[in-house]
Design a protein around this ligand. Structure first.
Ligand code: GLP
Length: 252
């Protein structure tokens, strides 16, 4: 049963979900512009948000949306790749969104992919400070990992966790083979915003699409709040909305 949760899904075709979420983002950016403020967006990688980014690019090309007042913070980034590597999340975001819109490059934030161990803690603390300095995240876009992770907060992550280095689970690395071609090429670690960081975003929009997400979506909708399913912490958020396509919603 879907039950009564703030995460009761709005079910729609995946293209329609992308249009709705992109429209909400565009409205937020425009509202902030009118009052001379920046819109702070939390962005995600993975296949799920690609349609949203395509919609945003299309709005921009039609002259209906400028990113000149957007500040972005991505959820996560691999650790241990060269900055020039083609599979960094920064490269992914450039290709999917940033290279096609007018976001000022200095407004874009992702954790650094190439850090010495001795630099990691300070880098993560800086990331949190940078988010606070701009007044926090207005809207955080999220996808859902097959094991219930959000960002790279793997099962077992604490509800009050902050931006930090994490060791990726085997299943997460397996799934990343599609980007890297070979498991040996997939990094073992990443930096991710914490669950606590994500929960501080004023709005959270979680998108779950595809039949392969059915089981994890069912667990999310049936279960309580548990570190075994990191996305379940979103049940406690006051303005988290879930958009799922018909393929992801199990027939009852
Ligand atoms: C990666 C990302 C997550 C993303 C997840 C799901 O692990 N770190 O932020 O939500 O993959 O990916 P996909 O949208 O491709 O299913």
């Amino acid at each position: 049963m879907l039950g009564s949760t703030s995460l009761e899904p709005a079910v729609a075709d995946s293209k329609e979900i992308a249009r709705r979420v992109a429209r909400e983002i565009a409205t937020l950016v425009e509202e902030r512009r009118r009052v001379g403020r920046a819109a702070v967006l939390g962005l995600a990688t993975g296949s799920t948000p690609l349609d949203v980014y395509a919609e945003l690019v299309s709005l921009h090309r039609r002259g209906a949306l400028s990113f000149s007042n957007v500040v972005s913070f991505n959820l996560d980034e691999f650790l241990g790749l060269a900055r020039s590597h083609q599979r960094t999340f920064r490269r992914f975001m450039q290709d999917a969104l940033f290279d096609h819109v007018d976001i000022p490059p200095e407004n874009v934030h992702l954790p650094d992919v190439e850090l010495h161990d001795s630099q990691i803690d300070a880098h993560c603390a800086d990331y949190e400070r940078a988010i606070r300095r701009v007044g926090g995240i207005d809207l955080q876009l999220l996808g859902l990992g097959l094991n219930g992770h959000i960002g790279f907060n793997e099962p077992g992550s604490a509800g009050d966790s902050r931006t930090r280095a994490v060791v990726l689970h085997a299943a997460t690395r397996e799934r990343a083979i599609r980007w890297f071609g070979d498991l040996r090429e997939v990094p073992r670690r990443a930096i991710t915003m914490g669950i606590g960081t994500i929960l501080e975003a004023r709005r959270v929009r979680l998108i779950v699409t595809g039949e392969h997400k059915r089981d994890v979506l069912t667990r999310l909708l049936e279960g309580g709040v548990t570190p075994d399913l990191p996305a379940s912490f979103l049940h406690a958020h006051g303005d988290a909305r879930l958009f799922a396509d018909t393929a992801a919603v199990a027939q009852s």
